[in-house]
Design a protein around this ligand. Structure first.
Ligand code: G1P
Length: 293
């Protein structure tokens, strides 16, 4: 197996989604739509375009709705086929590229992101794997998906990578914050990483977004990682523990990130994507500028 093959990506999707209650009482946060597509489908498309062949979804106990979204629905297709062309039926019902295999692993308890990632270990065979947090929606625009950009970086540099962007000083307590060897470079080796520090304790303002390429050796480190911020096993703490041995670079991606784990970010994403929509863009933008603004 080539050292540089990187086929597997983990989608942690087992959080409680409490910020969106009551919407998330019976509906998974990851299935909330941005215009007409659930967040997690944008994530799957970003992963497929970047060349991943296997997605490991970490879901809550007895959670089936995400698997249902990505499975075939012959009954629905048959009904739509009565009034639509094959191409239209495919566009409305195909939720995943056939070349991508989906696997589902249950997280029995909400023990944190580090624990969620660790649960996927039986499926990781290569030296590196990726993690994508579906509630960080990234529009790479003409630069291509964030994961595609990071895969390119990985192929050229043969090291781990974490997507980062500058965050406001008041926001450091919402993110993993890194410091690097060269803080002004597009990409640079991470020297420290801290989970959700206060502005006074933050080593910089470079915040981690939900895109990671990590060495598989981190799995055994997670096993020894103690409970961290929020009483959970944090991936940030495990990353911090391997920085001395493994090169992991912070990578400033090109594009716009929407924090769809927050209501504001979620609404901003809906507006931005609606304005770009082929079907609605012109009408929606006109309405927005004439009636709302
Ligand atoms: C997680 C990570 C954090 C990262 C963030 C990006 O936090 O623990 O380091 O900056 O995702 O969205 P969460 O948003 O799950 O609290």
């Amino acid at each position: 197996m080539s050292e540089l093959s990187l086929k597997t990506i983990i989608f942690p999707a087992a959080g409680l989604g409490t910020r969106f209650l009551p919407a998330t009482k019976a509906c998974r946060k990851e299935l909330l739509p941005i215009v007409d597509k659930p967040l997690i489908q944008y994530a799957a498309e970003e992963a497929a375009v970047a060349g991943f062949e296997q997605i490991i979804f970490i879901v809550r106990k007895d959670e089936k709705s995400i698997a249902r979204h990505f499975s075939d629905s012959p009954g629905l297709r048959e009904r739509l086929a009565k009034t639509k062309t094959q191409q239209e039926v495919d566009a409305l019902t195909r939720t995943i590229t056939p070349s991508v295999t989906c696997r589902y692993v249950e997280q029995p308890e909400a023990l944190g992101l580090g624990h969620a990632v660790w649960l996927a270990r039986p499926f990781i065979e290569e030296q590196h794997f990726a993690v994508l947090l579906p509630d960080d929606l990234i529009d790479g625009g003409s630069y291509g998906g964030c994961m595609s950009q990071m895969m390119e970086y990985y192929k050229n540099n043969k090291c781990g990578a974490i997507g980062v962007e500058e965050v406001a000083e008041s926001e450091t307590k919402k993110y993993g914050i890194v410091s690097t060897e060269d803080s002004s470079a597009k990409a640079s080796r991470i020297t420290t990483i801290v989970e959700k520090p206060s502005p006074e304790k933050a080593p910089s303002r470079l915040g981690v977004v939900g895109r990671y390429i990590l060495p598989t050796s981190i799995m055994s480190v997670i096993e020894d990682t103690k409970l961290g911020v929020g009483g959970e096993i944090q991936i940030t703490d495990a990353i911090s523990a391997i920085l001395g041995k493994e090169r992991i670079d912070a990578y400033r991606f090109d594009g716009i990130r929407y924090d769809c784990g927050s209501k504001l970010g979620y609404l901003q994403a809906n507006v931005a994507y609606a304005m770009q929509s082929e079907e609605l863009g012109v009408e929606f933008s006109n309405w927005l500028s004439n009636e709302v603004l």
